[in-house]
Ligand binder design. Structure first.
Ligand SMILES: Nc1nc2c([nH]c(=O)n2[C@H]2C[C@H](O)[C@@H](COP(=O)(O)OP(=O)(O)OP(=O)(O)O)O2)c(=O)[nH]1
Length: 172
C-alpha cells in the first residue's frame, strides 16, 4: 500500500524540486523519490533515490508522515515523506537538466503561493503542515484525475497504533 517515497531537500528558504520528463507528474514540480524496492526500508529507498536523482549524499532524513490516495482501481496507495536540511554548500546553480528531468532550487514563497499551478497540487497543503508540525500525520488526498479535490489530515495516534508500529519498524 505504501509503495513510494517522496523527499524534500531543504536549504534555508529553498527546496530542491524535480520536474520529471517521464510519466508520473510529468510537467509538474515534485520532490524526488520513487518506488521502494523489495527488501528496502523506506528510509534506505529515500537515500538511494536522493543520490540517484540529485547526486546528493545524505545519511539521515526526517520522516514526516504519509500521503495516501486512491489509485485508478480504487485501492489506497501512498508514500512515506522525508525532509532533509542540507548545508549551503549543497546549493548548485539551477535549473539543471538531468537524466530524470530538470532540477531546480525553488523558493518556499514560490512553492506556497496559492496561485502556483506549476507544482504537484497536494504539495503546498501537506508540506506546509509537515514543516510546522512535530507530530506524524496521514494526509489523505482525494483526486479527480490529477486535480486535488480534497485532503484530510489525521494524526497518526493510538487508534492507528498498528500503522505507527509498521512505520517505526520500517523507518528503523
Ligand atoms: N507530490 C506527490 N507525489 C506523488 C503523488 N503520488 C506519487 O506517486 N507521487 C510521487 C512518488 C514518487 O516519488 C513519484 C513517482 O515516481 P515515479 O513515477 O518516478 O516512480 P517510479 O516507479 O518510476 O520510481 P523510480 O523508477 O524512480 O524508482 O511521485 C502525489 O499524490 N503527490
Amino acid at each position: 500500500m505504501l509503495k513510494y517515497t517522496l523527499c524534500f531537500i531543504k536549504c534555508g528558504e529553498k527546496i530542491l524540486l524535480l520536474n520529471r520528463e517521464r510519466p508520473g507528474w510529468m510537467g509538474s514540480w515534485n520532490g524526488v523519490g520513487g518506488l521502494i524496492e523489495e527488501k528496502e526500508k523506506p528510509i534506505e529507498s529515500a537515500i538511494r533515490e536522493i543520490w540517484e536523482e540529485t547526486a546528493i549524499s545524505v545519511d539521515e532524513l526526517d520522516f514526516k508522515g504519509v500521503v495516501t490516495w486512491k489509485n485508478e482501481k480504487g485501492l489506497i496507495e501512498g508514500m512515506y515523506v522525508f525532509i532533509v536540511e542540507v548545508a549551503e554548500t549543497y546549493i548548485f546553480n539551477s535549473p539543471i537538466k538531468t537524466e530524470e528531468g530538470i532540477l531546480d532550487w525553488k523558493e518556499m514563497n514560490w512553492i506556497f503561493n496559492s496561485k502556483n499551478t506549476g507544482i504537484v497540487s497536494n504539495i503546498p497543503k501537506f508540506l506546509s503542515h509537515m514543516l510546522e508540525s512535530n507530530e506524524l500525520y496521514e494526509y489523505n488526498c482525494i483526486y479527480e484525475g490529477c486535480i486535488l479535490k480534497d485532503i484530510s489530515i489525521n494524526r497518526i495516534r493510538d487508534d492507528f497504533i498498528n500503522k505507527v508500529k509498521e512505520i517505526k519498524n520500517k523507518c528503523g
